[in-house]
Design a protein around this ligand. Structure first.
Ligand SMILES: C[S@@+](CC[C@H](N)C(=O)[O-])C[C@H]1O[C@@H](n2cnc3c(N)ncnc32)[C@H](O)[C@@H]1O
Length: 317
């Protein structure tokens, strides 16, 4: 039984590194130049393997970070069922079961049989029995109708859908108790998250995280974007593929989580790395009244200690 990096080592390392690296470069080029929504990106076994080796550890880290923020706000929430739309090789089911061990019935929907075949093989290595039992269901996201589920996730998928399919898919997620959409932490990813947020609000949900309110986003459009970072270790395979010397990386992501249920919201959200100077911590915050910069001084020892322990993306106070 294994962690995700162990499972990737077992299932993916058998491909020659050069073949995986070439495939990963081809994938990156396709993602950077924009994916044609009518095409299948993970269309071959080696392409799915390259995606899993190169990107899955990072999407897993981003989903874990987003779901952890949601779970921290309501520690008594124990979801049982989850659907991951466009789940590919299964990063989100590994992440969600790590955050909520109560999850017992999980389904991955995806159009790529190659990605799901690898996802199933990876899942066989998981410690968590629910991951080993995941239902892998081939589906093209058109007119998606979800069964009632506790958690619906959509991670790193929106850019591969048409505008119409984006809105329809996110609207379909609003039948879940908790809907969570995660995208790359780029200006374009943030714009897609903002559009998804509008759809979830229009469907009658309210925002759980990262926003401490369900009002309009106070960040001036075009000047800045709301995003966070998740640090992940790079396995030797990951390092080889990236020809990287560092044994870690920071995955930038944007996300929105919404629900219909009562859910405590964060009083404020830390939007930048806190700036720590002698006796002072400066925090860039989003709060119910909009953006503000707060300076916490040593003269308030409890607040100062808390501010020193606070990180970008945390709720505050
Ligand atoms: C970038 S990958 C993300 C995979 C996974 N969610 C993750 O976070 O690692 C995008 C996934 O969306 C799937 N996808 C894209 N368009 C789709 C569609 N119209 N219907 C079903 N799946 C789709 C792809 O097959 C691929 O597995």
């Amino acid at each position: 039984m294994a962690t995700l990096p162990d499972a990737l080592d077992a299932e993916v390392a058998r491909y020659p590194t050069k073949r995986l690296a070439d495939s990963a470069q081809h994938l990156i080029h396709r993602y950077r130049t924009g994916v044609d929504p009518s095409s299948l990106v993970l269309d071959a076994e080696v392409t799915a393997a390259a995606y899993a080796a190169y990107r899955m550890p990072a999407t897993h880290a981003a989903v874990t970070a987003a779901l952890s923020e949601v779970a921290d706000l309501r520690p008594d929430y124990e979801p049982r069922t989850m659907v991951d739309i466009g789940g590919g090789t299964g990063a989100a089911v590994w992440a969600a079961t790590g955050v909520w061990p109560s999850l017992g019935e999980l389904t991955v929907l995806d159009q790529s049989t190659q990605a799901m075949a690898l996802g199933r093989r990876l899942a066989e290595h998981a410690d968590n029995a629910a991951v080993r039992r995941v239902r892998w269901q081939r589906a093209t996201i058109n007119d998606l109708q979800l069964p009632p589920v506790d958690v619906a996730t959509l991670s790193y998928v929106l850019s591969e859908l048409t505008d119409r399919a984006r809105a329809d898919t996110v609207r379909a997620m609003a039948t879940a108790t908790l809907a969570v959409v995660i995208e790359p932490g780029t200006p374009a990813g943030y714009e897609r998250i903002m559009a998804a947020r509008d759809v979830l609000l229009a469907a009658g949900m309210h925002i759980v995280a990262p926003c401490p309110h369900s009002d309009g986003c106070p960040i001036p459009r075009g000047q800045d974007w709301c995003h966070f970072a998740a640090r992940l270790g790079r396995s030797p395979l990951h390092q080889r593929l990236k020809t990287a010397t560092l044994n870690f990386e920071d995955e930038k992501f944007s996300y929105v989580a919404a629900t219909r249920e009562p859910w405590p919201s964060a009083p404020g959200r830390v939007l930048r790395h806190p700036v720590k100077r002698k006796g002072l911590v400066s925090l860039r915050l989003c709060g119910p009244d909009g953006l503000n910069d707060t300076i916490v001084s040593k003269r308030d020892p409890a607040a100062y200690r808390a501010a020193r322990d606070t990180s970008w993306g945390d709720s505050w106070p």
